[in-house]
Write a protein that binds this ligand. Structure first.
Ligand SMILES: NC(=O)c1ccc[n+]([C@@H]2O[C@H](COP(=O)([O-])OP(=O)(O)OC[C@H]3O[C@@H](n4cnc5c(N)ncnc54)[C@H](OP(=O)(O)O)[C@@H]3O)[C@@H](O)[C@H]2O)c1
Length: 95
C-alpha cells in the first residue's frame, strides 16, 4: 500500500523539502497550508517530480482548532513544518 504523509506547512522552505523528499520516495503527499488556492505557493510544489496525481492541498491554520482534520485524514504520518510569523506558545497552537 502507498504511504501517505501530511505535511503541515508544506508551502514553506523546510516543508517543501519534506514534500519533495516524500514524492521522491513515491509517497502520496497531503499539503496543509492557510490558502490552498494560492497558486503562487502551490505551483512550484505541483511541478515537482512525481507530484502529478500524488499531491493534494488542504486548508489549515495553526490557531484554528481542528482545521487540520481533513488534511490529516488517512495519513500514515504527519510532519509539522509550519511556524507562525509571530511565535506563540505551544498551548496557543491547536493542532
Ligand atoms: N529555514 C531554515 O533554515 C530553518 C532551519 C532550522 C529550523 N527551521 C524552522 O523550521 C520551521 C519552518 O521554517 P521555514 O524556513 O520553512 O519557514 P517558512 O518558509 O516561512 O515557512 C513557514 C510555513 O509556516 C506556515 N505558516 C505560517 N504561519 C502559519 C499559521 N498561522 N498557520 C498555519 N501555517 C502557518 C506557512 O504556510 P502558509 O503561509 O502557506 O500558510 C509556511 O508553510 C520554523 O520553525 C523554523 O524556525 C528553519
Amino acid at each position: 500500500m502507498t504511504t501517505t504523509v501530511c505535511v503541515i506547512g508544506g508551502s514553506g522552505f523546510v516543508g517543501s523539502h519534506v514534500v519533495n523528499a516524500a514524492l521522491q520516495k513515491g509517497w502520496k503527499v497531503r499539503v496543509a497550508m492557510r490558502n490552498p488556492n494560492d497558486e503562487s505557493k502551490t505551483a512550484c510544489l505541483s511541478a515537482l517530480p512525481n507530484a502529478k496525481g500524488n499531491i493534494e492541498f488542504f486548508a489549515g491554520e495553526l490557531d484554528k482548532k481542528g482545521s487540520y482534520s481533513e488534511a490529516i485524514k488517512g495519513s500514515d504520518a504527519v510532519v509539522v513544518a509550519a511556524f507562525p510569523e509571530e511565535p506563540k506558545s505551544a498551548t496557543q497552537m491547536r493542532i
